[in-house]
Design a protein around this ligand. Structure first.
Ligand SMILES: [Zn+2]
Length: 360
């Protein structure tokens, strides 16, 4: 039987809501004082466990990793406060981690689906346009309600970013995923890819570096959120430097996208577009950096409550997960200071509780 934990600090139950008096009893949260004495008392500010909305467990720089490495990645994310991960594509089957005490709750997207030779080698299920619909259907059946499409990548013949698939095929693919009862999100760097995805009725956009003011009303109207992965976008100048000699147009494009990274996220926020925190950990970005992404969103101009919402209350609601409510699963993080006043506190949590068990 799990222990009784008493949380002594303020409990942030929403971006603008605060309560006191919270316990974890047998892995569930309650605001009613239990009859038995608590086994443990935790001080500090309590928030729902962080959500990493774009994370790749089971993926390393060279593609799929072995089970021990995937376990290590999951534990690193967990101890940094990620208690729910939406895995945005993994070549390894990570179902063995589900329900583990050493891993965040995992919403898997199966394997990335990409155009042949238009993505990092060894990561994706690569197909030509005529096979896209079947490929996404397969991933919709194998994942946990999400499919990940690589919407654009460098087109080496054009020497620049370009959509991976024709618009009509993308439309059919999105429809097929919806018919399977799943949602589909797309990796999009370029401006024009966003038009194609919005036309196709996509459910979410990853990176969204090509977001222009003209796109904003459509994102709001169609209720399509973005996961900016800012700590990954920070690597664009390195990508550009490597591409300069062979693909100067692409390199210049990547630099231009990088330059507008903060402005774009703030414009989206001010327009009312849903924004969620995703680290893109797995290949270039190391695991355990959810705190850095929350701070990056804040530094882009989001108020700290909004940056927290992107990883807490709002993100949980979006993915259908419980927050800090009577009877919900005891998945919480405890900050040493009030994160609304001292943002950096999210980078070094005092405690992490998963299912009523102290993991940090
Ligand atoms: Zn990714």
């Amino acid at each position: 039987m799990a222990e009784i934990i008493q949380f002594n600090g303020a409990v942030l139950t929403g971006p603008d809501a605060e309560e006191r008096g919270l316990w974890s009893v047998d892995g569930r949260l309650t605001f009613r004082r239990p009859a038995a004495e608590p086994d443990r008392f935790l001080e500090g500010w309590v928030l729902p466990g962080f959500v990493d909305a774009h994370c790749h467990i089971g993926l390393g720089p060279g593609g799929a990793v072995d089970e021990a490495t995937a376990e290590e990645q999951a534990r690193t994310d967990l101890t940094a406060g990620t208690l729910l991960a939406r895995d945005a594509g993994s070549p390894a089957d990570t179902r063995f981690l589900q329900g583990s005490r050493g891993a965040p709750l995992l919403i898997r997207a199966g394997r990335h689906v990409a155009r042949t030779r238009r993505y990092l080698r060894g990561f994706a299920e690569e197909v030509e346009p005529d096979a896209l619909v079947e490929a996404v259907r397969k991933q919709a059946r194998e994942g946990d309600g999400w499919v990940k499409l690589v919407g654009d990548w460098i087109d080496r013949d054009a020497g620049d970013l370009a959509p991976s698939f024709p618009a009509a095929v993308v439309r059919d693919a999105v429809q097929a995923v919806h018919d399977e009862g799943a949602r589909i999100t797309a990796h999009c760097f370029a401006e024009e890819t966003l038009d194609q995805m919005l036309d196709a009725d996509i459910d979410c956009i990853e990176h969204a570096t090509g977001l222009l003011p003209r796109h904003l009303p459509r994102f709001v109207e169609q209720d399509v959120p973005i996961v900016p992965t800012l700590i990954n976008i920070a690597t664009f100048p390195d990508i550009a430097a490597q591409a300069d000699a062979k693909f100067p147009r692409y390199a210049a494009h990547m630099r231009a996208l990088w330059e507008r990274r903060a402005e774009r996220v703030l414009e989206a926020f001010e327009a009312g577009v849903g924004i969620y925190a995703g680290t893109d950990a797995g290949s270039v970005i190391r695991h355990g950096r959810i705190g850095d992404e929350i701070l990056a969103l804040h530094h882009a101009g989001l108020p700290m409550t909004a940056a927290l919402d992107a990883a807490c209350w709002g993100a949980r609601k979006w993915l259908g997960a419980e927050g800090v409510e009577e009877g919900s699963r005891a998945d919480v993080v405890v900050c040493r200071e009030d994160p609304r006043q001292i943002p950096e506190t999210v980078r070094d949590l005092d405690h992490v509780v998963l299912g009523g068990r102290l993991v940090r």
